[in-house]
Design a protein around this ligand. Structure first.
Ligand code: NAD
Ligand code: AHE
Ligand code: ZN
Length: 369
């Protein structure tokens, strides 16, 4: 079949809007019509050329929602018409990682996912004679896409696609970093670095668990108002702080933060986030993704004296289990997604969504097909 898709043909160039070919679902696979997709900073990271796993040409996008159109052989948990959210972190419930109960990082299809192909080693996308690669196993910047059954969460049918698509990455990552990874307790003092599509969901999660102090750090002063609406108690613009940011934040949190979150992808800030965590018990969670050649560093003393450096992918969520619950939270009014979706764009304007993010004007842009 043919599908409209935004193809990443070359690093650093705008996506190319094309009609390309899509083969039907093979064994264990599902054809999905994507109704809406968010644009996450990770898409921009890969498009920029900084991602060691970035492949060109490929169909990016990993924050979508849509409807099952067709299922391949031996698909048992989904049927035509089901509403679904694609999962870049699948949940097979059978691999060593899933069975360990210690991680959400299912490895059933991770190797082929990183090579831009389906589990049988081939791509369903092509353009003429040329292969077009999948991305993160999801490729939601295509009106139709094929995914393995284990990479789809079935969700309720009354949930609006143009809102709950954000649960496919940003919402779940932010809430999950707080609840699953850091396990923040009521009364905690916390610092969140980067108040974009992820950081604001970290703040939302911190308010839900009853954190007492929620400090937001961002160089974009336009983030303050939205962050306050979501529960931020103190705003810090590093460009307005005289002297070093770390001692400033240690003072502000009265000795260091119980929990800090890096939601930018800047290795220098990852260090600051660790070092403003409380001596003896502070935990610092890396969410931001950084490119090839980037490394984090600190004095070992920072860890010897009781700080913990940790990281999270998809907020530690087990997608097929947790995503439908988060959709329920949204439908029950327990979480706010609408305010964070600052722009809704038709597919033809998807590149404008990237520009809005680069200019710091959007929190989340959602593209509708
Ligand atoms: P975003 O562009 O919406 O937000 C980034 C924010 O950081 C912006 O508000 C920006 O002003 C701020 N910022 C940039 N430089 C700064 C600095 N030096 N000091 C303070 N603030 C600064 O991006 P996003 O979609 O929220 O993604 C954030 C990061 O999280 C990215 O690296 C993305 O790739 C990563 N991410 C990781 C996961 C995961 O599972 N680990 C999931 C989603 C996104
Ligand atoms: N391909 C990158 C890795 C990027 C990365 O860490 N991705 C996160 C999700 S970001 C969503 O916006 C993730 O899930 N990581 C776990 C994994 O298995 O990739 C690189 O650096 O190679
Ligand atoms: Zn993402």
């Amino acid at each position: 079949m043919k599908t409209r898709a935004a193809v990443a043909r070359e690093a650093g160039k705008p996506l190319s809007l094309e009609t390309i070919d899509l083969d039907g679902p093979r064994e264990g696979e599902v054809l999905v019509e994507i109704k809406a997709t968010g644009i996450c900073h990770t898409d921009e990271f890969t498009l920029s050329g900084g991602d060691p796993e970035g492949l060109f040409p490929s169909v990016l996008g990993h924050e979508g929602a849509g409807v099952v159109v067709e299922v391949g052989r031996n698909v048992t948990s989904l049927k035509k018409g089901d509403h679904v959210i694609p999962l870049y972190t699948p949940e097979c419930r059978q691999c060593e990682y899933c069975l360990s109960r210690k991680t959400n990082l299912c490895v059933a299809i991770r190797a082929t996912q990183g090579r831009g192909v389906m589990p049988d080693g081939t791509s369903r996308f092509s353009s003429g004679k040329d292969t077009v690669f999948h991305y993160m196993g999801t490729s939601t910047f295509s009106n139709f896409t094929v995914l393995p059954e284990i990479a789809l969460a079935k969700i309720r049918e009354d949930a609006p696609f143009d809102k709950v698509c954000y649960i496919g990455c940003g919402v779940t990552t932010g809430l999950g970093a707080v609840m699953n990874t850091a396990k923040v307790e009521a009364g905690a003092r916390c610092v969140v670095f980067g108040l974009g599509g992820i950081g604001l969901n970290v703040i939302q999660g911190l308010r839900m668990v009853g954190a007492e102090m929620i400090v937001g750090v961002d160089i974009n002063p336009r983030r303050k108002e939205m962050a306050e609406k979501f529960g931020m108690t103190h705003f810090v613009n590093p460009e307005e702080v005289e002297g070093d940011l770390v001692p400033y934040l240690v003072d502000l949190t009265k000795g260091g933060a119980d929990y800090t979150f890096e939601c930018i992808g800047n290795t220098k800030i990852m260090r600051q986030a660790l070092e403003c965590a409380h001596r003896g018990w502070g935990k610092s969670v890396i969410i931001g993704v950084a490119g090839s050649g980037q490394e984090i560093s600190t004095r070992p003393f920072q860890l010897v004296t009781g700080r913990t450096w940790m990281g999270t992918a998809f907020g530690g969520a087990r997608g097929r289990t947790d995503v439908p619950r988060i959709v329920d939270w949204y439908m029950d009014g327990k979480i706010n997604i609408d305010s964070l979706i600052t722009h809704v764009l038709p597919f033809k304007d998807i590149n404008e969504g990237f520009d809005l993010m680069r200019r710091g004007e959007s929190i989340r842009s959602v593209v509708v097909f």
